[in-house]
Design a protein around this ligand. Structure first.
Ligand SMILES: *[C@@H]1O[C@H](CO)[C@@H](O)[C@H](O)[C@H]1NC(C)=O
Ligand SMILES: *[C@@H]1O[C@H](CO)[C@@H](O)[C@H](O)[C@H]1NC(C)=O
Ligand SMILES: *[C@@H]1O[C@H](CO)[C@@H](O)[C@H](O)[C@H]1NC(C)=O
Length: 225
């Protein structure tokens, strides 16, 4: 499955002389690749804490591939960055809600803070009317400060709307597509550590650590043709 895509991308890059870097395209992510990135996702059999949130690689794969298709997450570099973020934030797909320290309204599979959960809910047509009904005073342009001031019950209610698998596995792709500068997506397309660092620091707004980097490196190796 990988060979035709690899050959095509090589052929294209040899003609696209002006392009600074070749984008490596990829096909669907497999459960085996996900296990290479998130080793504990091989099974949820003995999980006792928050067990209802645990998903195996086998269960997660179709939702992740649907999300990549929906938000045009196409390059190996983008997929590696998103999958490594999800694996890192969720302890290998075991959490859908922030439990440590337990911030109200923080969750989905990239463990987004409530202001982004709110924006994601409003951007998701299936749940937007319910989100708006729960928080009539807020809009798409409400500030982070205002949104953080929402009551805990409002935050938890809105988060609950996007915890379903078909939404929660897509939030990392939504975030990259809508909340990051397009230059970050382009940097990720290069499938380099420098590109990934710009995503982590300029878009996710956190710091590069050896632990995070190791998961990204594993993801890149698992997905590379
Ligand atoms: C779960 O625990 C049982 C009993 O200790 C053990 O036999 C089994 O290998 C464990 N499964 C996984 C996937 O860790
Ligand atoms: C809201 O939840 C946070 C935890 O996220 C907690 O620390 C805080 O006490 C709660 N506030 C109220 C008013 O219950
Ligand atoms: C959030 O609530 C606090 C306490 O009520 C208030 O002082 C602050 O101005 C509010 N912030 C925003 C951005 O509304």
């Amino acid at each position: 499955m990988h060979f035709p895509t690899a050959i095509l991308s090589l052929a294209l890059s040899s003609f696209a002389v002006a392009a600074p870097t070749a984008t490596i395209s990829s096909s669907d992510v497999t459960p085996a690749q996900l296990v290479a990135i998130a080793p504990q996702s091989v099974s949820c059999a003995n999980v006792t804490s928050f067990a209802s949130e645990c998903r195996t690689a086998q269960q997660a794969a179709p939702f992740l591939n649907a999300a990549f298709a929906q938000y045009q997450t196409e390059s190996v570099g983008q997929k590696a960055a998103l999958l490594s973020l999800i694996a890192f934030e969720t302890g290998d797909f075991r959490f859908n809600i922030n439990h440590f320290p337990g911030r109200a309204g923080q969750g989905t599979r990239n463990l987004m803070m409530f202001p982004f959960v709110w924006k994601y809910a409003l951007d998701t047509p299936e749940v937007a009317p319910q989100a708006q009904a729960l928080a009539p005073g807020f809009t798409a342009s409400s500030t982070v400060g205002d949104l953080n001031n929402a009551s805990n019950s409002t935050k938890i209610g809105v988060l609950n709307l996007v915890l379903d698998d078909k939404f929660s596995w897509a939030s990392a792709s939504w975030f990259l597509a809508t909340q990051c500068n397009p230059s970050v997506s382009a940097a990720l397309d290069t499938a380099t550590e420098a590109g990934w660092e710009s995503y982590i620091t300029q878009c996710i707004g956190t710091t590069v650590t050896d632990d995070r980097k190791a998961v990204y490196t594993a993801a890149l190796a698992a997905l590379s043709p």
